[in-house]
Design a protein around this ligand. Sequence first.
Ligand SMILES: C[S@@+](CC[C@H](N)C(=O)[O-])C[C@H]1O[C@@H](n2cnc3c(N)ncnc32)[C@H](O)[C@@H]1O
Length: 330
Amino acid sequence: MRILIFSLLCIVLSPLLIAGVIIYTWRVRRISVRQNISGTANEPLGGRLGMHVAGTRIDEAAYRLAGHLPSYTKLSRFLLLDVLGFASKISGFKGGFFAYPGERPSKLMSMMSHRTDFFDRSIRDSLSRNENSPKQFVVLGAGYDTRCYDLDLPKDLDIQCFEVDMAPTLNAKRKALELAGIPHDHVIFVETDFNQGTWMETLLASGFNPNLTTYILWEGVTMYLVEKAVRDTLSLVSTLPRGSAVGVDFFSEDMLKGNGPYEKMSKAMHRAIRYYSESLIFGVPTGEQLSAGVESLARDSGLTLSRFEHTGSKEDKLPPWYFFAHIDNL
Ligand SMILES: C[S@@+](CC[C@H](N)C(=O)[O-])C[C@H]1O[C@@H](n2cnc3c(N)ncnc32)[C@H](O)[C@@H]1O
């Protein structure tokens, strides 16, 4: 019934939604992509904004940021997000991409909720532990992530935040943070390209201390990197003090290559990412337990896979192809 009322409201409000979609897609193609600002960074942001406007996961910083990004203006934020949030609140429909923490097994629509919930737990459990809690929080491929700005952490937690990404995306974000009046002095922004062998030196030069226990959030990034960059990054984690950890997600190699039942889906995914002038490059092999490839990647760098979840279920027509991992340096 709720989904029916929600759908009816969306039909009535469709002129506003369509105008929002047109402005948004025009800005992504004509402004973001042309200036080499990540277009894919808008996808997870959109997911978190959906949860925010539905009231299932509050992310005030993301909402304020979205009024000033190359992809959004306050007008398109209103036409798309506020209108959808209004329909969700009036109808009471908070499922699909509005859900948080969302259903399990998660489906295509609730994939982003599952992912967000997994990383929220991974970060919270690491940063709020009493013993040997991380002193540095590094967001690799930060995009429009806002964990550094509204993470609910113990007040006395003394932690240095770093956000790492390529220069055009970081500059657009910094500008939006300023325009939105979001305090960001506690964050060090590090401009670099993970596919270049020297990116870790840039991080070190920016003040990153390799002798401090560190939590690294690496969400929604590995699929855009070459395998060497993925392995090098895990090797970096293994050089950090014991207690350091990385929260990271991977696509399956089969989905990426379009093997077996993933043929159509893989084509659609590659096409969707090409829309942003970006490409999907890396996926992990899975094995019978699905976690075998991630476990072996972690082990190769002397790390331990401590928590593993996946979207979907093994019984689905399309078996799981998206994996979330919490990897520890024990
Ligand atoms: C899909 S977005 C994810 C953003 C953010 N982690 C989140 O979950 O909201 C991928 C991000 O990785 C960054 N990225 C992709 N390839 C990169 C590379 N080679 N070096 C640095 N950053 C990269 C993009 O600029 C983009 O911000």
